[in-house]
Design a protein around this ligand. Structure first.
Ligand code: ZN
Length: 227
C-alpha cells in the first residue's frame, strides 16, 4: 500500500498522483491501460516553478499503448471537477443511491440463506456435541447446509466483482466541500472511493493542451463489471 509508506515531505511518491495507478478509475480510452505520471524531458516548469508533468500510458509492464494522455494539472483539475459534480448533482447522488439499494437487495437473499444454513449446522453440531447423533449422521445432516453455504458465498463473490461506492450523505458532502483544500493523499483516497466500480476514460492527446481541451477528451463515467 503506497499510502502506508513513509515519504519525504512535499514529494509524494509516484502512486500518489491523483489519476495514476492500477487502482485509479481513470483509464486510457484507447487501450484501457492505467496512467503514469512523467516529467517532461526538457525539464519544463509550470508558472509557479514546479516541474511540469504529464500522464501517459506505459507500454511496460502492463502492455499499454505508450501514448501521452494529458498534462497532469489539467487532467487532475478536470477529474476533480467531475468528482465534485458527481457528489453534488442530485441526479448523480440519486443514481449512487439506486445502485447501492440494488446491490443491497441483490445480496440479501444470499446473506439470509447463509444465516439459515449456519443455524442448521449449529443445531446438528450441538446434537453431535451432546452425543445425540454419530459423526456419520452429523456429516450427512450438515452436507446439504455446507453445500448451500458455499453456493451462496460464490454468488456473493460474483456480486462483489461489481463493486459500488459505499458513500453516505455525510461522506459525499464532506468530500465535495473539502475537495479544493484536501491534501493529495486525501484526494487520492477519495477519488478511488467515489468512483469505485466506475471507469473514466480519457482519449490520449498532448501534454500541452489546456484544461478546456482536456475536458473534451474525458468520456462520461461508466460502470465496470456490472451485470
Ligand atoms: Zn492507451
Amino acid at each position: 500500500m503506497p499510502l502506508a509508506q513513509p515519504r519525504r515531505p512535499g514529494r509524494p511518491p509516484e502512486d500518489l498522483y491523483l489519476c495514476s495507478g492500477r487502482d485509479s478509475p481513470v483509464r486510457c480510452a484507447d487501450c484501457g491501460g492505467y496512467l503514469s505520471a512523467t516529467v517532461h524531458q526538457r525539464g519544463a516548469v509550470y508558472e509557479d516553478g514546479e516541474v511540469r508533468r504529464h500522464y501517459r500510458v506505459l507500454k511496460r509492464p502492463a502492455g499499454g499503448c505508450g501514448r501521452t494522455v494529458a498534462d497532469l494539472r489539467a487532467l487532475d483539475s478536470v477529474i476533480g471537477d467531475l468528482t465534485v459534480q458527481r457528489l453534488t448533482d442530485p441526479r448523480q447522488v440519486a443514481m449512487i443511491r439506486r445502485i447501492q439499494a440494488e446491490h443491497r437487495a441483490a445480496r440479501e437473499p444470499y446473506a439470509a440463506e447463509i444465516a439459515r444454513h449456519e443455524e442448521t449446522r449449529a443445531y446438528f453440531d450441538r446434537r453431535l456435541g451432546s452425543g445425540a447423533i454419530t459423526t456419520a449422521q452429523h456429516a450427512a445432516a450438515v452436507g446439504e447446509a455446507d453445500a448451500g453455504i458455499l453456493a451462496a458465498r460464490a454468488a456473493l463473490d460474483r456480486l462483489a466483482s461489481a463493486p459500488v461506492p459505499e458513500l453516505d450523505e455525510a461522506a459525499m458532502t464532506r468530500i465535495a466541500a473539502g475537495w479544493r483544500s484536501a491534501t493529495p493523499a486525501q484526494k487520492y483516497r477519495d477519488l478511488r472511493r467515489v468512483w469505485l466500480g466506475f471507469q473514466i476514460l480519457v482519449t490520449p492527446g498532448s501534454s500541452t493542451e489546456t484544461e478546456e481541451q482536456v475536458r473534451k477528451r474525458v468520456s462520461r463515467p461508466k460502470r465496470t463489471g456490472a451485470s
